[in-house]
Design a binder for this molecule. Structure first.
Ligand SMILES: Nc1ncnc2c1ncn2[C@@H]1O[C@H](COP(=O)(O)OP(=O)(O)OP(=O)(O)O)[C@@H](O)[C@H]1O
Ligand SMILES: O=c1ccn([C@@H]2O[C@H](COP(=O)(O)O)[C@@H](O)[C@H]2O)c(=O)[nH]1
Length: 227
C-alpha cells in the first residue's frame, strides 16, 4: 500500500478549480458530452469513432489518471495507483483538475470547442462539482451493456492491455463500484431528461449507427468537408 495517500489527499483542496464558485466555461464556449457505461461497455471504442467523424476532443478520465499516476514527481501517483487497482473512484479534485487542464489546453492549442468526457462523472460529487466549476454538460451518452458481455470483453482486452485492473478480481470490484456509485449519477441525469441511452451489445459499427442517429437528433452536425 502506498504511504503518502493522506498527505496527497490533504493537498486536494488547494487545487485551482476548487477556489471557484461558478463555471469556468459556458455551454456556448464548450460543448461537453459525458460518456458513461460499465467497464468494457465500449465507451473508448465509440469515442474514437466520434472523434474521427465529428472532430470532438476525446478526454478519457481513466487515461488522464493513468498519465498522472505515471508522471515523474506527481504527488498523486501512489494514491491514484491504489484507487485504480481497487476499482475505486479517485477523489474528485484530482480528476476534475486534470479534465479542466486538458479542456483549457485543447481550447487554447487546438481551438477545440467540443469535448467527449469518457468515463466521467463516475460519482455524484464529481457530477455536481464539474458542472458547478468547469462547465454544464449538454447530455450524457450512456452505453447500456450486460455484465457478462462486459466481463468477456475485459478479460479478452486484458490479454494485451497491460492494465492493472483488467483481471477478474479488479473487474468484479469495478462492476460493484459502477452499480453502487456510478449508476445513481446516470439515474440523476435521466430524471433531468439529459441521458441518451443506447444498447452497447451489438458490434461496434452497429452501436455507432445509433450514436449518429442520436447526435442528429441533438443537432450535433458532422463538420463540413473542405476537399
Ligand atoms: N460493440 C462491441 N462489440 C464487441 N467488442 C467490443 C465492442 N465495443 C468494444 N469492444 C471491445 O471491448 C473491449 C472494451 O472496449 P472499450 O475499451 O472501448 O471499453 P470501455 O467502456 O472504454 O472500457 P473501460 O471503461 O474499462 O475503459 C475492447 O477490447 C474493445 O475492442
Ligand atoms: O472519473 C474517474 C474515472 C476513472 N477513475 C478510475 O480509473 C479507473 C479506470 O477507468 P477507465 O474509465 O476504465 O479507464 C476506474 O476503475 C477508477 O478507478 C476514477 O477514479 N475516476
Amino acid at each position: 500500500m502506498a504511504p503518502p495517500t493522506n498527505e496527497a489527499e490533504a493537498q486536494l483542496s488547494e487545487l485551482a478549480a476548487f477556489k471557484r464558485t461558478s463555471p469556468l466555461y459556458t455551454p456556448e464556449e464548450a460543448t461537453i458530452i459525458f460518456v458513461l457505461g460499465g467497464p468494457g461497455s465500449g465507451k473508448g471504442t465509440q469515442c474514437a469513432k466520434i472523434v474521427e467523424d465529428y472532430g470532438f476532443k476525446h478526454l478519457s478520465a481513466g487515461d488522464l489518471l493513468r498519465e498522472e499516476q505515471d508522471r515523474p514527481g506527481s504527488q498523486f501517483g501512489d494514491m491514484i495507483r491504489d484507487y485504480i487497482r481497487e476499482g475505486n473512484i479517485v477523489p474528485m479534485e484530482v480528476t476534475i483538475q486534470l479534465l479542466e487542464n486538458s479542456i483549457t489546453a485543447a481550447k487554447e492549442k487546438e481551438g477545440k470547442t467540443q469535448f467527449l468526457i469518457d468515463g466521467f462523472p463516475r460519482k455524484m460529487d464529481q457530477a455536481l462539482k464539474f458542472e458547478e466549476v468547469v462547465c454544464p454538460s449538454k447530455f450524457t451518452l450512456f452505453f447500456d451493456c450486460p455484465e457478462e458481455v462486459m466481463e468477456e470483453r475485459l478479460l479478452d482486452r486484458g490479454k494485451t492491455s497491460g492494465r492493472s485492473d483488467d483481471n477478474i478480481e479488479s473487474i468484479k470490484k469495478r462492476f460493484k463500484t459502477f452499480v453502487e456509485t456510478s449508476m445513481p449519477v446516470v439515474e440523476m441525469f435521466e430524471k433531468q431528461g439529459r441521458v441518451v441511452k443506447l444498447s452497447a451489445t451489438p458490434p461496434p459499427d452497429k452501436v455507432y449507427e445509433q450514436v449518429k442517429v442520436e447526435f442528429g437528433k441533438h443537432e450535433i452536425a458532422l463538420p463540413k468537408r473542405t476537399e
